[in-house]
Design a protein around this ligand. Sequence first.
Ligand code: FEO
Ligand code: CA
Ligand code: CA
Length: 644
Amino acid sequence: MDRRSSDFVDPEDLGSNPSAEMSMGDLIGRRLGRRAAVRSLVGIGAAAALARELLGGSALAQPAGPSSLTFAEVPHGLDKTHHVPQGYDAQVLIRWGDPVVAGAPGFDPANLTAAAQEKQFGYNCDFIGLHALPAGSTAGDRYLMVVNHEYTNTNLMFAGLGEGRASRTKASKQQAEVELAAHGGSVIEIARDGGSWKVVPDSKYARRITGTTPMDVSGPAAGHDKLKTSADPSGRKVSGMLNNCAGGETPWGTWLTAEENFNGYFGGDAGKLPDAKAYKRYGISKATWYAWAQHIDRFNVEKEPNEPNRFGWIVEIDPYDPSAAPIKRTALGRFKHEGCHHALTKDGRVVIYMGDDERFDYVYKFVTAKPWNRQDRAANRTLLDEGTLYVARFADDGKVEWLPLVHGQGPLTAENGFASQADILIYTRMAADLLKATPMDRPEDVEANPVNGRVYVLLTNNTRRTEQQVNRANPMARNAHGHVIEITPKDGDHASTEGAWSIFIVGGRPGIDPGARYHRATSENGWLSCADNCTFDSKGRIWIATDGAPTAAGIADGLYGADTAGYGRGLTRCFFQAPTGAEVCGPILPPDDSAVFLAIQHPAETAGSTFEKPSTRWPDFKDGMPPRPSVIVITKRGGGVIGS
Ligand code: FEO
Ligand code: CA
Ligand code: CA
C-alpha cells in the first residue's frame, strides 16, 4: 500500500508498538551516537570486503561498472507510462476487470457489479506466484499464475467520489460489495506463445477468491472463542481474505498469501470494547478507511467484535484444485503480514520468513515441526499447523537471535494474559512485545536467496524513528528511504535460532540523503527508495521492487537488480520505471530467467486524482477508461536472460 503523499498516509500506520520507545536506540544512543553507528555499519558481520566498496555521501560514479547486470539502465523519471531498458519489451498480461473464470462478462467501467467482479481480475494486484504445469513439473512454458488483490482505490473505480483516501468512505453498499469482490486473489493459466506470454482463456484451473469466499481456519487458534461470530459459532469458517499484500509458495506447490492491513476495513468504536488494548495494538479504531462498516454489519466491531480476529493471517491455497477451500493457518501468527517466503532446514523442515509491515514492528519466522514429504503431496496438508513461530532480535554486535513464541516459555504465561498458544497466535504482536523483539523500519518482504542461503529483509521506511530510537539494524533517524538487511543463518541452517546480520544497502540519494549506501559504482539512476518486494534470479541476483519513491523529486517507483556476490555486490541498477501513482509489486522470474513478471499496483494514486480526471489512464490510455492495475511481463527482444 502506497504511503508516498500525505493524502495517502495510512492513519493507522503511525506505529502501534508501545515498546518502540524502549528500543535499542536508547542503548546505541548512549554507546555510539548515530553518526558513529552509521559509520560502523560497514564493519559488521561478513561485510568487510563490501565495506571497501561501499560509499556513503560522495559523488556518484558511472553506470555498469562491475555489475553482472549489463542492461542499459532506465533513467530515473516520472510520467504517465512505464519504461523498460532498451532492447526489452513489456506486455500487459492481464488488467483489472479482464475475464478470469469462464463466463466472465467483459469489463464495463460504467456498470461495475459484484457479480461481474467475482469472475474478473481483481483490483490492485500485488504478489505473483508461478506454479508449473503440468503439476509436479519444475519449469516450462505453462504456469498457473497466482496473484493477490490487495486493496481498492474506490475513487478511481467509481465516478463522483472525489479525490483521496477520505473518498473511500463515501462508497454505497453496492459499491462496497464490488470492492469486496475486487479483493482477494486470482488464479490464471498462462502460456508462452513464441516470444510472448498469454492468458489461457477458460482454463479449468481459473479461479477468483474474494472478500467473501468461504475459508477454513486451522492450527492452534482454530475454534478459539475470540474467533467466533454470530455467522460462525464454530470459529472455524471465515468469509473471505482481505488486504493480501505479498505472499509465497510452499515446496509442495501451494500458494501462501498474506493478509496485511486488515484493520482498515473495520469501523465502530473499538475503544469501548473489553479488548480495547488489543484492538489498538492492531490499529483497529473508529478511523475506518472504507465504507464497509456502514453497510455490512460484520465490519462494525460494535456489532461483531471478533470479526477482526479472523483476519491478519497467512492463507494457504491449492492452485491446482479450484474446489479446495483456502485455509487460514493460525500457527504462523496474526499480524500485518507482508510476505511469507520459504526456505528449507538441513533436515528438510520448512521455514517461512515473514515481516509485520508497520513502523516499529517485527520480523518473524515459522519452522514446521516435521519435514515436508516429497513423495506424497497430500501428506503436507497439515504441515503448516504444527511448528514454532519465532520473532527476531537484532543485536548491535551483528548477531540476530530468533526468540520462540511458545506458550509457557519466558513471559508468555497466563499471568501475562496468554492462557494458551492460541492466545499467543491471535495476539502475536503483544507476545512479541514481551519478548523484547527489535522494532524495525516496516518489514516488508523477508526472503531467502536460494543461491547463497542468506535472508534479505526489506525495510521500506520509517520516518517516525527518532535519533534516540536509532540502532545498528535501523541506523537512520527519520528513515525516508528504507534499507535492506542481510542475515546469514548460523551453520547455513535456516532452523538455527542464531545468525549474523549486516546491512546490504541503505536507500536514498547518495550524496544527498544522509546514510545512503550502495556499491560505489551505483549510477545516478541506480539508487532506490523504499524497497518493498524482492525476488532472486537463478544466479542469486536480487531484484527489488519499490513502493514510495520520491515523486516530488520526479522519480517513479521501479524495479532494480543487483548482484549479491562478487565485485558488483550491492550495485543496484534501474530496470523498470512504473507509471505515475503506481508501486511495483510481485517481481518473479521463471526458472530460466527468460522473463520478469510484475504487478503494477494503484496507477494514478496521486493527490488530486479522480475517476473523472485520473493522473494517468495507464495502461489503456482511452478516454473514459479508468487506470487499471495490471500484471505485465517483460522479455528481452529476441529472447535471452533478463538483465544480461
Ligand atoms: Fe502492502 Fe507492506 O505493503
Ligand atoms: Ca509497501
Ligand atoms: Ca508490499
